[in-house]
Design a protein around this ligand. Structure first.
Ligand SMILES: NC(=O)c1ccc[n+]([C@@H]2O[C@H](COP(=O)([O-])OP(=O)(O)OC[C@H]3O[C@@H](n4cnc5c(N)ncnc54)[C@H](OP(=O)(O)O)[C@@H]3O)[C@@H](O)[C@H]2O)c1
Length: 348
């Protein structure tokens, strides 16, 4: 099963396109919209739904009517006072990086993403409006056309996690035949894309996950799945070229150094990862780096083509109404999500 149907549908309105737009009809943006906000760091109950002004795009920004918004660990970390909190200039804040929806206003009349275009992408937050809202402004370079074979709910689960996996596996690890890659937390949002990209480019893929996710990860391309509840991964994985550590605790990092070949590369992905990683890696004779995902509409276009071709797929574990964003965060914070969680914001 790739996704569950939404729990409820919300209203939309249609109207004539604004003067100058190339598309015949678009959703006319109202002055106000529903959005999820929080007024300062807190637990999931800090998330509340309110009515706020629809943001106005400037320069190259595109105004998107959001149909579905992806839920990511960075959203919950930021809500709790971590994540991108240092970038928050003032509260309240609308969380959310990932969205899929329809262009309402483009930067100029002949723009390649005209009004009416289905798009998906990774919005910049918290410096601009977030994705847990009926409308969001997104830099045009962060968007791509939505893969036609995916629903908006499916597409909303893709951008941040798939871009992270792409930038890790393709742009950092340069995955190729004969290479041995170990992916920690292979069953999560980033992990399930990382397993697929590494396998697609011919690498030998090992992944850690619980037994319940083992056969699914093998279907996605993992050659070896190590059950982290029963087996220490360093007893199975050896001579690894690249470790993608989607868990950054000291135990995972230090034990990962033992499985790398001399000169191999450890990538510590969580920003909150153990700070002693670099010195420990130098002592072990391997390389190590942190990582930051970058919004990238061009790479997202390529990922969209791989999704449309069937070469890779997105797994949506559950869909929540926008009003139930707090429940989505509670679910995410269990650390047991298979694939992605998505908020249904409005009708497609
Ligand atoms: N630096 C960046 O730019 C960047 C970008 C994206 C994400 N991140 C970070 O990367 C991390 C992963 O993100 P995500 O979206 O993939 O998270 P996620 O979807 O919440 O990951 C959940 C998965 O973690 C697995 N897991 C939990 N404990 C495990 C363990 N001990 N061993 C192996 N697997 C375990 C679970 O699998 P089982 O149930 O099978 O155990 C579950 O499927 C987060 O900390 C996120 O904030 C950083």
């Amino acid at each position: 099963m790739r996704f569950r149907p939404p729990r409820s549908a919300a209203r939309t309105t249609t109207a004539r396109a604004p003067r100058g737009a190339l598309a015949e009809t678009v959703e006319a943006p109202p002055e106000h919209m529903r959005a999820v906000l929080f007024d300062g760091p807190g637990d999931p109950s800090a998330l509340r739904v309110d009515t706020i002004p629809v943001p106005s795009p400037v320069m190259d920004e595109v105004l998107v009517r959001v149909v579905a918004a992806g839920v990511n660990p960075i959203d919950a970390k930021t809500r709790a006072g971590g994540g991108v909190t240092p970038g928050i200039a003032s509260y309240p804040v609308v969380p959310g990086f990932d969205l899929s929806g329809v262009v309402v206003a483009s930067p100029f009349e002949a723009h390649p993403l005209p009004p009416g275009t289905p798009v998906f992408g990774m919005a910049a937050v918290p410096r601009t409006a977030g994705a847990y809202a009926e409308y969001a402004v997104v830099p045009s370079t962060s968007l791509a056309r939505k893969p036609s074979s995916l629903s908006h709910v499916e597409a909303a689960g893709v951008p941040l996690a798939a871009l992270t996996a792409w930038q890790l596996i393709v742009e950092t690890a340069h995955a190729h035949e004969g290479q041995r890659i170990l992916i920690h937390a292979g069953a999560g949002g980033v992990g399930h894309f990382a397993v697929q990209f590494a396998s697609y480019f011919g690498a030998h893929v090992s992944a850690t996950a619980s037994a319940a996710n083992a056969s699914w990860l093998r279907e996605l391309g993992a050659h070896v799945v190590i059950d982290h509840t029963t087996t220490r991964f360093e007893e199975v994985a050896t001579d690894v070229d690249v470790v993608i550590a989607l868990l950054g605790d000291e135990s995972t990092v230090t034990r990962s150094l033992q499985v790398l070949r001399p000169g191999g590369l450890l990538v510590v992905v969580p920003s909150s990862g153990w700070p002693g990683y670099a010195e420990a890696a130098a002592d072990a004779g391997v390389r190590a780096t942190r990582f930051k995902v970058v919004p990238d509409g061009v790479a997202l276009s390529t990922i969209g083509r791989l999704l449309d071709s069937g070469a890779i797929q997105v797994y949506i574990e559950d869909v929540f109404d926008l009003e139930d964003a707090a429940d989505a965060h509670r679910h995410l914070e269990t650390g047991r999500t298979r694939g992605k969680l998505v908020l249904q914001v409005s009708d497609g």
